[in-house]
Design a protein around this ligand. Structure first.
Ligand SMILES: [Mn+2]
Length: 328
């Protein structure tokens, strides 16, 4: 273990000492997870090493079109030649090692690359930058640190990571640093219009039907500041939808004037309820999620609760209302 570093050279130096690198990220990978994994694999190969990407869950439909995404192994367990055939594991965008969904990753030294403020420093090298808009941007900086020029496909992967994690450059993390990196990526051949198509125009019919079901459950509380939506097992069944069809729905109530926080309760199958929380400004939904074993960012977090949807609501909503200082 060593202290965290924001210097991409330290991460590149660790890669240079490796021969065969296993790359993974969190369960239900998003644009930053997938884009940063693919870009890192390209960097590892440019350095003359071998890279294998393994994820526990498949990519969402649109992001499966990222260049190289078809090379990602999706498995419930690590490859049969792990740990013997690997001398480094690189974990992308995981505040805790458990997020990857594999039990034995720590059998090999770990390079931990993340931008979450609550990262658990589980790596031999911890390349962490809480000011970075996306882990894909941190990988982009590693190319410069290695004096290597990313190709157009890699630039597109990094751009996908950056644009999805900044909400198409609309969130507070769409900083000057984010735009400067985006300009470099486009100059290197990244295709923003292609990424936008993959991210926004690959909806399933089931997800649009589920959206209708969910919006019909909208409740507004806390004097107009809190929006609550849900998808119970019946809603998933009527829409023909699964957990993968809930993406982005939580953001719809956030567009209501005056709404400062959104809670979305999802019950794709009975017994476990996934909760997505979104907020504005200083309302800290990460601490609410963390109280129930989850995590994330101050303004975007989530957790899972065992039991019924009603139980999950009874546990989470009082904690959220307290965080928001609701008096009604
Ligand atoms: Mn990220």
């Amino acid at each position: 273990m060593s202290g965290p570093t924001t210097d991409p050279r330290h991460a590149v130096e660790r890669l240079e000492r490796a021969h065969r690198v296993l790359i993974t990220s969190h369960r239900n990978p998003d644009g930053d997870a997938l884009g940063s994994e693919l870009a890192l694999a390209a960097l590892v190969r440019e350095l003359g090493k071998e890279a294998v990407i393994v994820n526990r869950d498949p990519a969402p439909a649109g992001l499966a079109e990222l260049p190289g995404a078809d090379t990602i192994l999706v498995r419930d367990t690590l490859p049969d030649d792990f740990p013997a055939a690997y001398d480094l594991v690189t974990v992308m965008e995981c505040p805790g090692l458990d997020r990857a969904g594999f039990d034995t990753l720590a059998a090999v030294p770990i390079l931990n690359i993340d931008h979450h403020a609550d990262n658990g420093l589980y790596g031999q090298v911890n390349y962490l930058d809480g000011d970075s808009p996306a882990v894909g941007e941190m990988v982009w900086k590693m190319f410069a640190a290695a004096h290597l020029m990313p190709d157009a496909a890699t630039a597109t992967c990094c751009f996908a990571a950056l644009s999805t994690d900044t909400g198409d450059f609309r969130y507070a993390n769409a900083t000057q640093r984010a735009f400067l990196a985006a300009a470099e990526m486009v100059a290197a051949g990244a295709r923003p219009e292609q990424v936008s198509m993959w991210v926004h125009e690959r909806r399933t019919e089931a997800s649009v039907r589920l959206l209708a079901e969910v919006l019909a459950t909208l409740e507004i509380g806390c004097g107009g500041r809190l929006a609550v939506i849900q998808a119970d097992v019946g809603a998933f069944a009527r829409a023909g939808a699964g957990a993968e069809d809930t993406e982005d729905i939580v953001n719809v109530p956030r567009t209501i004037t005056g709404v400062e926080a959104v809670a979305f309760f999802k019950e794709p199958e009975p017994g476990t309820v996934r909760v997505s929380l979104r907020s504005r400004g200083s309302i800290d939904v990460r601490s609410v999620a963390a109280a129930f074993g989850g995590g994330g960012h101050v303004n975007a977090a989530g957790c899972s609760v065992e039991g019924s949807l009603e139980t999950a609501r009874e546990r989470i909503l009082p904690a959220l209302r307290q965080q928001m200082e609701c008096d009604s």
